[in-house]
Design a binder for this molecule. Sequence first.
Ligand SMILES: [Zn+2]
Ligand SMILES: [Zn+2]
Length: 352
Amino acid sequence: MYNAKAYSAASATSPLASTTIPRRDPVDNDVQIEILFCGICHSDLHQVRNEWSEAMPTVYPCVPGHEIVGRVTSVGSAVTAFKAGDLAAVGCMVDSDRTCPECQAGQEQFCPNFILTYNFPDSHGTAPVTYGGYSDGIVVDEKFVLRVPPNLDLAGVAPLLCAGITTFSPMRHWNVSKGKKVGVVGLGGLGHMGVKFAHALGAHVVVFTTSPNKKEDALRLGADEVVISKNADEMKKHAGSFNFILDAVSADHDINAYLGLLARDGNLTLVGAPEKPLAISAFNLIMGRRSLSGSPIGGIAETQEMLDFCGEHNITADVEVIPIQKVNEAYERLLKSDVKYRFSIDMASLKA
Ligand SMILES: [Zn+2]
Ligand SMILES: [Zn+2]
C-alpha cells in the first residue's frame, strides 16, 4: 500500500479538506493512474452530504469523484491493454462480479454486484470503502479502465465518464440517428452533453428550457430549435412529433407536457431523478403506444464506444476548470446551477 493525496469529507456537514488515503500497489491486472482531471458530478454532492442515506449511506471519510482522466504510471504483470504513459479514464464503476447475465451481456451497470468508484465496500481491503477521483492517483483493474482518444482536451474529457455516458447510452439504445427528431429537456451538465450527442448522431435536435437566455448557448451546442417550455403555444406546435426525448431535469416538472410531444412509438427517457414520484397520465402513453424509461450510465464496452465516438467527432464537455482548493465553493455554485456546464478539477492543484 502507499499513500495518495486526496480531498475528503469527514462528515455530512464538513467541507471537503486535504488528506491522505491508502491505495493498493498495482498487482496482476491493476492499472495505476496519475489523475490529471476529475469532473464534479451532482452525485458527489449528494453522497458527501449523505442525502441518499436510505439507498447508499455514506461511509466517512468520503472521497468522491467518478469522472476520472489521467495517465498510467505503472501496470501489474498481467496487464495487456495499457502501459506506463498511456492516457486512461475511469468512470462510475471499478469492478463487478463478471459472471452474472448482465456482465456476460456487457451491461455491467446492471450487475447486482458491481463496485462503484467511491463509497462502496472495497473488495481489495485497502480501506473500508472505495475512494474516488478527488485524488492524485487511483489503482483500478484494467477491465474497468477506458482508453482516451489522444486528440481531446483532457479537462473536458473527464465529465464524459458520467454525464457523457449517461446521455449517450439511452440515445444508442433508442436508436437516435439521422432523420429522427430528438428533444432534450434541461440544459445543464447532462443536457448539454445530450445536445452534442444527438447533433453528432445526425438527429434534428430541439432543446426545451425554461430560461430564454439559454437559447443562444443551446444553438451553439448543436440544437436546431429551442422551445421555451413555459410557452404553451410553442409547445403545442411540436405535439406528436418526437421520436425520442431525453429528460435531464431533476427538479419537479410536468412530464405529461413532454409525453404528449412524442410521436407513435416515441420514447421519453429520464436521466434526471426528481425527488417526488411523478404523476403520469396513462392516456399519454396509450395513445401513440408511447413509452417512458429511465437509464443509468452504460456498460464498459459502451463507455469505450462513447469515448471513441467523442474522439471521432471532437466532442468534450464544456467545463470550468478549478483547483481542488475551490471544490467547496464549486458545490455551492452547483446547487444554484451556476456552471457552464460542468466543473473539472485540475489535479495538479493537489500538489500545491
Ligand atoms: Zn455522476
Ligand atoms: Zn455481474
